[in-house]
Design a protein around this ligand. Structure first.
Ligand SMILES: C[S@@+](CC[C@H](N)C(=O)[O-])C[C@H]1O[C@@H](n2cnc3c(N)ncnc32)[C@H](O)[C@@H]1O
Length: 200
């Protein structure tokens, strides 16, 4: 029998898994490098736009996006723990436009050409069929929409997954083109991570 211990911390219900994820994903160094608000703004995300955040985790990007735009912010995740936490944050921050949604299997639970921007921040290296996922991301963004994928540099960095699980930026660019994206731009975020901006 699996026993899930849920407790209240900082005014929110969470469990040990969520608390560990939160301290990792919301560390000062990580937030400084990702600069979620500035990054979303640089990507042209503004009021009225729809965001699809795939593998939203604790909502580092989604929660901010839901304040920038009053339109729908889809915070997708495969983890029930993270989805429960996202619901908690939604209540705490009164984010009525935040829509935590469960991902099951390889298909994103979103209709085609729905999002102005789709983001996937440090998730793709955890995905089994990366090309299929990139195709799904291409499917859910509008014709003039963009996607933003963040991954770890393929070298020793202060934090990140084992080297064997990292995706080299050149490989990600090739994969994105194979998935059907035509315009691809790479940006360096900092010592740990890089980003790829994709257009159809
Ligand atoms: C390293 S965390 C990143 C969280 C968030 N993007 C951030 O940058 O703070 C990875 C998240 O992706 C989720 N995840 C992993 N594979 C996924 C998939 N195929 N579809 C959706 N979410 C996934 C995990 O449950 C976890 O919450």
């Amino acid at each position: 029998m699996i026993v899930r211990v849920i407790y209240r911390k900082e005014g929110l219900y969470m469990n040990i898994f969520v608390e560990k994820m939160k301290s990792k994903l919301e560390s000062e160094d990580r937030i400084n490098e990702l600069s979620p608000k500035e990054t979303l703004e640089k990507l042209g995300f503004k009021d009225g736009m729809i965001l699809c955040d795939i593998g939203a985790g604790t909502g580092l990007f989604s929660n901010i996006a839901a304040k920038i735009s009053s339109n729908s912010i889809y915070a997708l995740d495969i983890s029930d723990d993270m989805l429960e936490y996202l619901e908690e944050k939604k209540k705490e921050l009164s984010l009525s436009n935040l829509i935590p949604t469960k991902v099951v299997g390889d298909t994103l639970p979103l209709e085609s050409e729905k999002a102005d921007l789709a983001i996937m921040v440090t998730v793709l290296h955890e995905v089994n069929n990366q090309k299929e996922m990139l195709k799904e991301i291409k499917r859910v963004i509008k014709e003039d929409g963009r996607a933003f994928i963040v991954e770890f540099h393929n070298s020793e960095t202060p934090f990140g997954p084992p080297l064997s699980r990292r995706i080299d930026s050149k490989d990600l660019i090739s994969l994105s083109k194979e998935a059907g994206f035509t315009k691809v731009e790479e940006i360096n975020l900092g010592v740990n991570m890089y980003g790829i901006i994709l257009e159809k």
